[in-house]
Structure formats: C-alpha cells, structure tokens
Design a protein around this ligand. Structure first.
Ligand code: ACO
Length: 332
C-alpha cells in the first residue's frame, strides 16, 4: 500500500475463443517440418488463428467482456482501457474501437506496444493510474494477431506463433495486490526480433522524397532470443521478488510469457521452482505475444488452479528487446 492508501487488485479475467485451429501436422504440409520437431523443440502442438474476416478488436472485446463479467463491473464503470498489442487493426490505435464495442463511453482508451512484454508493462502502467488515485477501474487487454505478420514460408518462425486475446480488470483496493515489479529494455538487441517497417523511396514532388512501404514479416534470431530469455527472465523475477520482500518458495505460480516450453523449463529450473507450479498452455496456443500471459492466467483461474490470494510471479519478455516481471496476488 502506498502513502495515499491506494492499492490495486486484479478482480476478473477473460479470454477469447478462436475457432480456427492449425496443428503441427497441417504446418508440415506447407513447410519442411514435423510434429516431432516442433513438439520436442517448443512444446507447441497447435495454435488458434483469427482467420480471414476476423480482427483484433473483436477478439479483444470478447476477452474483455468475460473479464468485466467476472469482476462484476459494468462497461460504464471503466475509467481506462489499455490495449497491449503489436498488431493493431489500425496503426493509429485500436483501443478506441474496443471502447465502442464494449459500450464504455467514460473510459479513456489507448494502445501500448511492448511486444510479448506488453501485458506486464500494461499491468504496471495501469497500477500507476490506480495508485495515484486518478482512476478506479481499469481494463487491461493483451491481444495479438501475429498470423498477419508471420512469414508462412519460414519454418524457423511460422511454427511458433498463434493469435489470441486475454484481459483482466484491475480495481482500486484497500490492500495492494501488486507486490513488486521490475521492467527492463535493451534496444541494442532490437535486431534479434523484429516486425520492421521497410521504406521504399517515393518522390512526391521534384526534390522531395518520402519513405513509404510496408511492415515486413517477423524475423528472429532464435538462438539469441533463447539465450536472452533464459538469462534475463530469472534475474528480473528475482529483482521483483526482492522488491516484494518475498522468497522464491513463497510463489504459488510461475506465469511466464508462453514463448517456448524449453524456456519455461529452463527458467523454472534456474529459479528452483517445481514443474507443478509452472502454468503452461503452449501446447494448445503457441506463442500469442501480448495475449499469452492473460490467456494462461484466465485458463488457470477458470480451471480452479489459481485461487484467491495465490501469489503469482509473472514475466513477459520479447521484442524491443523488453522484459519485465510483476509479482501479484490474484483477487481482492
Ligand atoms: N522444423 C524442422 N527443422 C527446423 C525448423 C522447423 N520448424 N526450424 C528450424 N529447423 C532446423 C534449422 O534449419 C536447423 O537445421 P540445420 O542444423 O540443418 O541448419 C535445425 O533445425 C536447428 O535449428 P536451430 O535454430 O538451431 O534450432 P533450435 O534448437 O535453436 O530451436 C527455436 C529453434 C525453437 C526457435 C529455439 O531457438 C528457440 O526456442 N528460441 C527462442 C525463440 C522464441 O521463443 N521466440 C519468441 C520469444 S519472444 C516473443 O515471444 C516475440
């Protein structure tokens, strides 16, 4: 609790159900790969896709409605909507479209981009607004439609990603359930994971040229990202635990960005966290970027695994590069 006596609680979660499924066997029809290779290297068996005609705002709104219902608030109660995404429907921002879909006219809405760290960065950002007494009820959505930007002929990346949306409602609370956090960035490693704009010169009048073009498919140095994740994720979790004045043994659940089962296993091993405390839904969803943490959280809550009062160590990591950990207690 801070000096103003204002804390935060995460009071609801939700996720979107996507109808289109793509399994490893189907992928092996389009690139030279196999279910055995993908499963043993990543833990992923299938992923869900938005499909043609679908869009980010629709799946984000689906997840948001579930979170709002679980929290027992009305859309009109929302003061703030933060959409963590790297794949907006509109580069000017998609959060306002979600505001309209939900019918939340009082809420101010904006997008936030921090790739696979977006949800954790959003959680900490939302908490600052609540802790300062500015807003009481915040909807935080993590959603991505990476299928739009995957090179479906590149076997080193296309097997990893899926689409998804997850959301939480955060509310002002007498006790502060965000127990500690630590956020980090390192732009010197930006080239390791990109969805970059490539400009083509276009002369608009004689002597005046601008760069136009489009975003290029995802590129990734898998080995560098693996090394980065396995080194930096335990460090940042330990830092956040230190701020929370908690030991690793006091964590009920380890909730990492669902990038790869081997990363989850290596981080858990380095932190000495037993496998039964590690939340994983990679087999079903693959890497859904900003959606992966709230998606896994919502599934665990609805399965009755995560219970009110449980301490969760969450950590996002990815492009930027960005990484960050937030230690929180589920529920009021
Ligand atoms: N199917 C079959 N073979 C493949 C595939 C595939 N889908 N992809 C690569 N290979 C081949 C390679 O071509 C290579 O063959 P070669 O030895 O003949 O050159 C061989 O498999 C080994 O390739 P590596 O890249 O060395 O495979 P590695 O064991 O490192 O596994 C992986 C690759 C799974 C991508 C791993 O590096 C990894 O997990 N990296 C982290 C990536 C990640 O999680 N990214 C997302 C996190 S950030 C975010 O969420 C945005």
């Amino acid at each position: 609790m801070n000096q103003l006596g204002l804390g935060i609680a995460i009071t609801g979660s939700g996720s979107a159900t996507l109808d289109v499924t793509l399994d490893n066997h189907q992928l092996s029809q389009i690139v030279e790969t196999s279910d055995e290779w993908i499963t043993s290297r990543t833990g992923i068996r299938e992923r869900h896709l938005v499909g043609e005609g679908g869009n980010l705002s629709a799946i984000a709104a689906m997840a948001a409605r579930e979170a709002i219902a679980m929290a027992g608030v009305a859309p009109e109660d929302l003061d703030l909507i933060i959409l963590a995404t790297s794949t907006p429907d509109d580069l000017f921002g998609t959060a306002c479209q979600i505001q309209t879909l939900l019918g939340a006219p009082q809420a101010v809405a904006f997008d936030m981009t921090a790739a696979c760290s977006g949800f954790v960065f959003g959680l900490v950002t939302a908490a600052q607004f609540i802790r300062t007494g500015v807003y009481q009820t915040v909807l935080l959505i993590g959603a991505d439609v990476l299928s739009r930007w995957v090179d479906w002929s590149d076997r080193s990346t296309c097997v990893l990603f899926g689409d998804g949306a997850g959301a939480v409602v955060m509310q002002a609370n007498e006790s502060d359930r965000l127990l500690g956090f630590e956020l980090r960035s390192d732009g010197t490693l930006n080239h390791c994971l990109q969805l970059a704009h490539k400009a083509q010169p276009k002369e608009i009048v004689k002597g005046v040229s601008v760069g136009q073009g489009n975003f290029q498919p995802i590129t990734m140095n898998g080995k560098e990202i693996y090394r980065f994740a396995v080194q930096k994720v335990p460090e940042v979790i330990e830092k956040a635990l230190f701020r929370a004045n908690l030991s690793v043994e006091e964590i009920d659940w380890l909730l990492l960005h669902q990038a790869n089962q081997r990363i989850l296993d290596a981080v858990a091993q380095r932190l000495n966290i037993p496998a039964q405390k590690v939340l994983s839904n990679l087999a079903k969803h693959g890497n859904t970027s900003a959606a992966s943490i709230p998606l896994a959280l919502d599934e665990a809550v609805r399965q009755g695994k995560v219970k009110s009062g449980d301490i969760i160590a969450s950590c996002g990591f990815g492009a930027g590069l960005t990484w960050g950990a937030a230690i929180f207690q589920w529920g009021r």
